[in-house]
Design a protein around this ligand. Sequence first.
Ligand SMILES: [Zn+2]
Length: 212
Amino acid sequence: MDVSQKQSDNFAAACRMTADLGLLRCSSGNMSWRVGDDLMLVSATRKWLGDLTADDISHVRISDGKVLNNSLPSTESLFHRGILKKRRDANVVLHFQSPAATTLACGNPENVNFNVFVEVPYYIGDVGIVPPAEPGSQELADAVIDISAKHDMIILKNHGLVAIGKDLNETIQKAAFFELACDVILRGGNNTVPITPELVDRIKQSAANKAV
Ligand SMILES: [Zn+2]
């Protein structure tokens, strides 16, 4: 299957938007997008998403990881591919490193209640957490792929975040809302009061009903 110029341009524009929103800096962060049954676009290795062009995109076969053009994919493409294989309902994976969310990822995120405003339970749901592991390693990829079965937002401890979604905008929005929630938590400190568990459940239920 061929990748159209329009698909490449749309993907590059979405990558640049992640940087414009402050979700990552320089060469940190990478994104993938399923564009066919067995084909994904991935930002190329060491490229800055903030100035990514259609020439900086790797075409990778999802089933076996074969690179189909002459751009090498991001070193984190192991988990991008694994997530898209496992999650047939998802088409986009964004690995990002925004300031507030990364701050909490470098502490004890297990102890944080992220449900501080409605967008978190509605758009993001429960957050998964994986232990520190070497970037680009099979160990990290396995942990992220495994937990992605149940979570659209994953904290990689002492590293960053992974957001999973249906399309480019929806996934970027999840990352932006999550960053805002983490910022609210850090700025508010003890004054931040999470939503009650009962209301969180109702909001999640309403999101699930809408999704059907
Ligand atoms: Zn990384």
